[in-house]
Each structure stands twice: as C-alpha cells, then as structure tokens.
Design a protein around this ligand. Structure first.
Ligand code: PMP
Length: 366
C-alpha cells in the first residue's frame, strides 16, 4: 500500500500553482482579454428579467440538454462562418475552459496524447494533466506562425488523440491559415482537432472561421466563448460546433445539469442582444490595429494580431516594465516567451493611459 501525504494530492499536482492572472484593484485592467464595454442598461434589464423568471423555477433542475440555448447558439454560429449547423452539432459548458476539459475527458486520458504548439494558451497543459493525458508541445516559428510541414510531421509521429490549436493564438494573436486546419485534420486521422476560436470574432477582414470546414472534416471541433466579443466573461458560457457524434460523446462526461438555469437564461437573453454586444468588436479591432502601429513606432517588436490583445517586446527585464506600468495604475500580463508582454485592448481612454505609462517607463527604466 502506498503511503499518502497530507492532503493526499496526486503526485503530478504536488507543487503546482492554481492558474490565474492577478486580480488586482487597478484603474486600468488590461490583463485578461476581457471586453472593456459592459452590456447596456437595456441588455442588463433583459438579463435580469430572464434570470428572475428562471429564479421562480429554481426548485427544479435545469434543462440538461439546454435545448433553447443550443438552438440560439446555432443560429448565431450560422451568421459567423457556420454553414447549416444544426443544434445537435452545438454543445456548451461553463466557459470554453470547461468545454475543452470535457473534450480531454472524452477523447484524451491514460495512454493518449494531446498536442499543441508553443507559445500558446497556458491552460492546455493543465487540461492534459487533469485528464491524465500525455502532453506534447511542438514549437511555433520566431514570428509565432506555424511551420505547417513540421506541424504535420509531429502530428503524424505522435498520433495525438487531441490537437489543441487556438486561432487566433493566445498570447500571440496569430490566426491560422485555413490550409493549416485542413492539413492538420487530415494528418490527425481519427484524432480530434480543436480549433479554439475564443477570439474568433476579432479576426481581421478576409480571415475565415474554421467553422466553414466542419462539413469537410469529421474530426474538427471549433470552440467559441461568450467571454470576449460578447462581453460576458462573468456569465461563464463557452460552446463548440462539431459533428453530432462528437457532441454526443461529450454528453457522456458532462456532469448532470452542468449548465445552471441562471446561466442558460443569462446566455439566452444576451444572445437576444447579440447585435448590441458585438457592436464594439469593430471599435476594438481598430483600437488593436492602432496599438500595434503605435508600439512599432516605439521601436518595439510586435506580433501581428487577429485578437483583442497585442504581444510586444522584447525587454531585458519585462517584470520591471510590467511593474512600472502597474505602479502607474495599468495592469497588463507578463506572459509569452521571455522578454514579451501582452496588453488587452481597452477603451480609447484606457489605451491612452497604457501608452502614457509605457512611454514613461521606457524613458526611465530604473
Ligand atoms: N481559449 C483561449 C485561447 C483563451 O485565451 C481563453 C481565456 N483566456 C479561453 C479559451 C477560455 O475562456 P472562457 O473559459 O472564459 O471561455
């Protein structure tokens, strides 16, 4: 019998830190890629009314299959890249983090491998660890693009059960070309290829969504979230589109009634206000492009971005720069390869505060 330590944490978890950016009370929070524009008073009223109505029935468990919400999410996806998706091809959970954890629980596991390409979203190895799936990370190029031939070779060699690829990638903002998705779906055989489009709505003109390819590749899963473009991070609603048999498999691992009646009502009401909530996407894209340009005029290296954040650098002591900004009331993220920093796109006033603070820090790095 093995002796347990106290508390009896699994060996793989000993010394691990819980994931999460610092939640600090600052004037300008540009560190978690949130949408800086909250819902309007009308949208908030409609959400409150929907939640009130749900509250009257909280003695009952919610609709386990969240039928109405799935149908509303399907309608939305068919306006943004989805082609004739049906509700049996759509699934949701509490944030796309939970959606992805369910994917790993269903398709990963002992003796199976998940693959991604670094630098990428720091939660991916945690999903693998938590689902006892082996983790293999390939590399991105110096400009953070994917060397498609090398990526294909890695997938053919490792034969992963799951490939996790964000497009646009976090923290670099890099979108994948559509041919990359097809090449990897073909290379993966029966393995699942997840294209994580958490930031999909921010992609630049002419960049297609992977949703368009669901009809072509049965192993393709495209995840989305209401946390970013929809300005609903606090509601925790992530979702995906895939072939019905893939969605059906996820039902095996989901916990019963995982989406509360309050969450379902909130998301449905928000979707009724989709046009308003998404109206700021164009402003945020323009603000992002302006931020990229401005950082370049400062002589910095800046990754091209299709998302609502920008990765820039490089700094000999990035922590000092991060701290200098924080001292000026601007919180950004110390993430990505050594020497780089990531700033989320905020309102024009927040971006002005960021520019002012960074100018001051770069003028006086001490
Ligand atoms: N994917 C990527 C690439 C992300 O950056 C994030 C959030 N930072 C998520 C998924 C998860 O977001 P949520 O759980 O809020 O949907």
């Amino acid at each position: 019998m093995s002796s347990l330590t106290w508390p009896p944490l699994r060996d793989a978890l000993v010394g691990e830190e819980p994931y999460g950016a610092p939640q600090l009370d600052v004037a300008v929070a540009l560190n978690t890629n949130e949408n800086p524009y909250g819902p309007s008073a009308e949208a908030a009223d409609d959400i409150a009314e929907a939640v009130r109505s749900a509250a009257l029935g909280l003695n009952r468990y919610p609709d386990r299959e969240f039928t109405e919400l799935r149908s509303a999410l399907t309608d939305y996806l068919n306006t943004d890249g989805g082609q004739d998706l049906t509700p049996d091809m759509v699934w949701a959970a509490n944030g796309s983090n939970e959606v992805m954890m369910q994917i790993l629980q269903a398709f990963g596991g002992p003796g199976r491998t998940a693959v991604s390409f670094a630098p990428t979203y720091a939660m991916y190895p945690e999903y693998a660890r938590n689902s006892l799936t082996e983790w293999v990370a390939g590399r991105r190029e110096d400009d953070f693009s994917l060397d498609l031939e090398a990526a294909r070779r890695l997938v053919e060699e490792v034969r992963p059960a799951v490939v996790l690829l964000p497009s646009p990638n976090n923290p670099t903002g890099t979108a994948l070309p559509p041919e990359a998705i097809s090449v990897l779906c073909e290379a993966a055989g029966n393995g699942i290829v997840v294209i994580d489009e958490a930031y999909g709505e921010f992609r630049r003109e002419g960049v297609p969504s992977a949703l368009e390819l669901i009809g072509t590749h049965r192993n393709l899963v495209v995840t989305r979230t209401m946390s970013k473009a929809f300005a609903l991070a606090g509601a925790r609603l992530g979702y995906l589109a895939a072939r019905p048999e893939v969605v059906d498999a996820l039902r095996i691992v989901r916990l019963p009634y995982h989406l509360s009646a309050v969450t379902q009502a909130t998301a449905l009401a928000a979707l009724r206000h989709a046009d308003e909530l998404l109206a700021k996407v164009a402003d945020l894209r323009a603000e992002r492009d302006a931020c990229v340009e401005w950082l370049r005029t400062q002589g910095l290296r800046v990754a091209d971005s299709d998302a609502n954040f920008v990765l820039f650098g490089t700094f000999a002591d990035r922590h000092a720069v991060w701290q200098g900004l924080l001292d000026a009331g601007v919180l950004i993220r110390e993430t990505g390869p050594e020497g780089w920093l990531r700033v989320s796109v905020g309102t024009p006033a927040e971006m002005a505060a960021f520019r002012e603070a960074l100018t001051a820090v770069m003028a006086d790095p001490s």
